[in-house]
Write a protein that binds this ligand. Structure first.
Ligand code: VGL
Ligand code: ZN
Length: 198
């Protein structure tokens, strides 16, 4: 069975949002269509508490897009985004969410960011998604959403490392593209054996 995993199609990543991905909302209609033919649908939702350690505003004398060293490695600092319960954390209003069977929330621990839908940025803390997929007999995944070079990328790499067959539909993703991060992400995904389509 194949699952469609829709990564972080939330207001803050769309135009007018706190961490708007260029043309982020353009993918919503296409994702809705793809959901109609998918056997299983999973949504992820970036879901940070106030004062989250990935926010530049949580660090003295730091600006958004600075990089800092965290106990688990280097971390980009972001504008405050996807705060739990905020309008920005809601799914895009046009995203068809009714057919989703599960919503995986991530990034809810103050001290650790989580780009991947499988493991937080310490690469050990699990979200539970792997167990969910395995117990449902899902072996193949198609990933779409925001942003190509962060949450989609890290989720795809973890998924293939875990042994899932992974396709990323690039036509239904949009990127932040910090210092060439989109190119790097696409090259790494290809090398890892992820099918890139769209
Ligand atoms: C994301 C940066 C911070 C993403 C989430 O969904 O790609 N990027 N939080
Ligand atoms: Zn985030």
């Amino acid at each position: 069975m194949t699952a469609l995993i829709v990564i972080d199609v939330q207001n803050d990543f769309c135009s007018g949002g706190a961490l708007a991905v260029p043309d982020g909302a353009e993918i919503v209609t296409g994702i809705n269509s793809l959901m109609e033919t998918s056997e299983a649908i999973i949504l992820t939702q970036d879901w940070h508490p106030n004062g989250h350690s990935s926010f530049a505003s949580s660090h003295k004398a730091r600006e958004p897009y600075d990089t800092i060293d965290m106990p688990y490695g280097s971390q980009v600092l972001w504008p405050t985004h996807c705060v739990q319960g905020s309008k920005g954390a809601d799914f895009h209003p046009n995203l068809q969410t009714n057919s989703a069977e599960v919503v995986v929330r991530k990034g809810f621990r103050t001290a650790i960011d989580s780009y991947s839908a499988f493991f937080e940025n310490d690469q050990t803390t699990v979200t539970g998604l792997e167990g969910y997929l395995r117990t449902r007999g899902i072996q193949e995944l198609t990933l779409v959403g925001l942003a190509t070079d962060f949450c989609v990328y890290y989720s795809a790499i973890d998924a293939i490392k875990l042994g899932f067959a992974v396709t990323v539909d690039l036509g239904l993703c949009r990127a932040i593209d910090l210092a060439g991060s989109l190119d790097t992400a696409c090259r790494s995904m290809q090398l890892a054996g992820i099918t890139l389509r769209g």
